[in-house]
Every structure is written in structure tokens, then in C-alpha cells.
Design a binder for this molecule. Structure first.
Ligand code: HEC
Length: 423
């Protein structure tokens, strides 16, 4: 029952997280679009007021006229709209999800028992939790130091972008070495997402507060505050697409369980940033298809890198395995009948291994603690169920993803047997 409530909490938090992220990213994309779409004001009166650019828009049956001031309007209105809760709500709900799902079960969600690094492979659950938190914190500290040291006056932002890109490759690499594949994708995404929210919390909003305060006191605001806010929000723009791709990738084991998962992740990050660049320029009136084309090319490389070694399998088997693994019990009877015909219904050696090592979790009522329903809807209690999902099983066993955290201690011989199994 407890597991059921936890799963439900997980669902509701995920809902909140996705909605907050949509609102935040939507706003971020909107403001970058607005900034890049500004045209010089037409009216002299506006120019005299200090308006530097304007955009006319029609939306939802109304006409909108946005104006951006070069520095500040002569008088600030009392009801200035600020944007920060969307960002904080996204980070807080994301972190809560991470605690509820990963940190509550670190030994199989965080620890990477197959790590080349012995210390990482042998982390206990709570140690893995501490390492994950340090990983997130360290990501922010290093990113922030790079910004402060490389481009303190916002005049070396090109070199800074390069440094941040290199940093993300290192983060991707380290995460896959230290953590299980799924956690690695999540944590690399979370390093970027944390930088985004921390940029808002530690720099953008305080900088804006200082600017507003100075203006209200009749002083000239420090231009560095404005420039720094812009620098960090530009970084945020390029983080958005990669973060979302990494967060949703953690439902796709072909990506995160691959030996070269860090390369796949790196390609995803650069592809996302390149595709974002296309839209940034498009709003400024420049159509540069080379950017999304390069992004797509990187995704194609990721598809090539990620292709399982044994992808030369008979396509017909793969296709039928895929359709039947849609875990629809009604469709199942048909293939089960085929299986029974070819196999006489008895469990072969390989099927028995799968049942022994997997059914603790993958059962209608899992006996493994903390599971209230079969994970990912995959049930592996009978030889028929196993035979119906052979391709999927071989994939996750061969790449070491399952059994999760190898908690049921599948041996190397068993793993090889399943990987080479062709029933
Ligand atoms: C400790 C519990 C546990 C054990 C043992 C376990 N699994 Fe899983 N399995 C999970 C969880 C949790 C998920 C869902 C993970 C996710 O969403 O990526 C999952 C997902 C899967 C999936 C779907 C993966 C996907 O990409 O959608 C397959 C297939 C799978 N397991 C097969 C197996 C096989 C085969 C074994 C035995 C060799 C096994 N599992 C053992 C917990 C377990």
C-alpha cells in the first residue's frame, strides 16, 4: 500500500513538474523571441521616452504592443511583473521527484554496479545519495566560477560558451561513470537545470532588484547587472532543449544503458543547443537552416552510435516482439498460443533464468519491496510472458540495465546466455 501511495505522489509531482517547466520554458522562449523581434519604434514620441525597440502582436483576439526601453523608463510603474516562481517551482518539484524516486531507492536507481571505477561500483545507498547531491552542487559551483572568471564583464562570452560546452561533456562522461545510466541522464540534465534556476535565483533576480532599487533612488543602475542578467538568460536559452531531451531520455534504455551513453548524451546536448540557435536567429529575422541540419546530423550520429551490436536480427522477429510487448493482455493469447505450440508450454532454461531473476519485480503483484505494480508494465512470471518479450529482455539484459542494480544477482554466465538466446 505504501508503494502505491508513493507511486501516486510521484505521478502528481511529475504533473506539477511538467506543467511548471512548460510555463517556465514557454516564458523563456517567449522573451527571447520578443527580444529578438524588436524593431526600432516608429513614433518620435516613443523614441524620446527612451524606447529602443517594439513589437506588435495579435494573440487570442487582442492586439499587443510591447516596448523595450534602452535603459529604463523615466518612472517605474508600481506593478512591475517579475518572473521567477515558474523557475523555482520547476526546480523544486524536479528535486522532490529526484528524492522520491532515486534517493529513496539509491541502490538500484543511482548506483552503477558495472562502473569501471571500483569506488563508484561499491557505493552504498546513502553514499550514492551524497555523491549525487555533491554532483549537482559541484556542477553549479563550477559553472558559476567559469562565468565569473572567464567573462566577468560579459565581454568574453564566446570563450565562456566554449568552456561551458566542454564542462557539459565532462559532466556527461563523469555521470555515466559514477551513476546508473538512467540516473546519469537525469543528473546531467539536472546539472543544467540547476544552473538555469540558480542563474535566476542568484544573479538575474537579485541583479534586477538592484537595478530597480537604484532607479527608485534616482541613481543610474550598474550596467553590469543588466548585462549579467542577459548573459545568464542566454545560457538558459541554450540549456532548455537539451535539458528536456535528457529528462525524457530517461525512459529509453537504449540510450542510457549503452556503453557510450555519455557520447549519446553529448550529442543530444549539442543537437538541442543547435536547434535552439535556429529559432533564436529566426526571431531576429535570419533563417539559417544549417543549424537545425547540424542538430539533426548529430541526432543521426547518436542513432548510429546507439544501435545495438546485434541489430542485424531478423526484422520480422523484432517487429512481432515489439507489437506483442505492448503488454495488452487481450492480444497476448494469440502469441501465447503460438509459443505453446512451438515449445510445448514448458519453461526452457533461458526462460527459467528470466523468471528467477526478474519476476520479483516484474509480476502482477511484485514481491520486491517498494513496487506496487509491474515496473514499466512488464510482467515476466510465466514462460509465455517471457517468450513474448524476448527482444526487449535481451536488450536490457545485454546492456546490463536489468535486473535493476542487479539486485537479484544475475551471474555473468546467465547474462551471456540470455544475450545470445534465440528461442
Ligand atoms: C528490482 C526490481 C527489478 C528487477 C529485479 C528487474 N527489473 Fe526490469 N524494471 C524495473 C523497473 C523499476 C523498470 C522501469 C524502469 C524505467 O522506467 O526505465 C523496469 C523496466 C524493465 C523493462 C522496460 C524497459 C524499457 O526501456 O521500457 C524491461 C524490458 C525489463 N525491466 C526487463 C527486466 C528483465 C528481463 C529483468 C530480469 C533479468 C528485470 N527487468 C529485472 C525493475 C526491475
Amino acid at each position: 500500500m505504501e508503494a502505491y501511495f508513493l507511486d501516486f505522489a510521484n505521478l502528481l509531482l511529475r504533473w506539477l513538474h511538467v506543467i511548471a517547466a512548460i510555463a517556465w520554458i514557454g516564458e523563456s522562449i517567449y522573451f527571447v523571441m520578443l527580444d529578438n523581434s524588436l524593431r526600432s519604434p516608429k513614433a518620435d514620441e516613443d523614441k524620446q521616452k527612451g524606447v529602443f525597440g517594439e513589437m506588435w502582436a495579435v494573440h487570442g483576439g487582442g492586439f499587443y504592443h510591447n516596448q523595450k526601453y534602452a535603459s529604463a523608463p523615466a518612472k517605474l510603474p508600481e506593478d512591475l511583473h517579475w518572473s521567477f516562481w515558474k523557475s523555482y517551482a520547476t526546480w523544486l518539484s524536479g528535486f522532490a521527484l529526484f528524492v522520491l524516486l532515486y534517493m529513496a531507492n539509491p541502490s538500484f536507481y543511482l548506483v552503477n554496479p558495472g562502473s569501471d571505477w571500483e569506488w563508484a561500483a561499491n557505493l552504498s545507498g546513502w553514499q550514492a545519495n551524497v555523491v549525487a547531491l555533491l554532483f549537482l552542487l559541484g556542477g553549479w559551483v563550477i559553472y558559476n566560477e567559469l562565468c565569473k572568471r572567464i567573462s566577468p564583464n560579459m565581454d568574453r562570452d564566446g570563450i565562456l560558451s566554449l568552456a561551458v560546452a566542454v564542462m557539459m561533456v565532462v559532466v556527461a562522461y563523469l555521470s555515466t561513470q559514477i551513476f546508473s545510466g538512467r540516473a546519469a541522464f537525469l543528473l546531467t540534465g539536472a546539472v543544467m537545470a540547476t544552473a538555469m534556476s540558480a542563474n535566476v535565483f542568484f544573479w538575474i533576480i537579485p541583479g534586477q532588484r538592484r537595478m530597480v532599487k537604484a532607479m527608485k533612488a534616482g541613481e543610474t543602475p550598474n550596467p553590469l547587472d543588466g548585462k549579467r542578467g542577459k548573459q545568464r538568460s542566454v545560457h538558459n536559452t541554450y540549456f532548455t532543449l537539451p535539458v528536456v531531451l535528457l529528462m525524457i531520455s530517461n525512459h529509453y534504455s537504449f540510450a542510457y544503458s549503452h556503453d557510450l551513453a555519455w557520447v549519446i548524451m553529448t550529442l543530444f546536448i549539442f543537437a538541442g543547443a543547435l536547434i535552439r540557435q535556429f529559432f533564436v536567429l529566426m526571431h531576429a529575422g535570419q533563417i539559417k537552416p544549417a543549424y537545425p541540419a547540424a542538430g539533426v546530423a548529430l541526432i543521426l550520429v547518436a542513432i548510429w552510435v546507439g544501435a545495438p551490436a546485434s541489430s542485424v536480427d531478423d526484422e520480422a522477429t523484432t517487429a512481432s516482439a515489439e507489437t506483442s510487448s505492448a503488454v495488452s493482455e487481450t492480444e497476448a493469447s494469440e502469441s501465447a498460443a503460438q509459443v505453446a505450440a512451438s515449445d510445448g508450454g514448458a519453461a526452457g532454461h533461458a526462460e527459467q533464468i528470466v523468471i528467477d531473476r526478474c519476476a520479483q519485480c516484474h509480476a502482477e503483484s511484485p514481491s520486491y519491496d517498494g513496487f506496487s505494480a509491474p515496473p514499466a508494465g512488464v510482467v515476466l512470471e510465466t514462460p509465455e510472458q517471457v517468450l513474448r518479450q524476448v527482444e526487449q529482455i535481451k536488450q536490457v539484459v545485454a546492456n546490463g540495465y536489468m535486473p535493476l542494480g542487479n539486485v537479484t544477482q544475475m551471474t555473468d554466465e546467465e547474462r551471456t546466455e540470455i544475450a545470445n538466446w534465440s528461442p
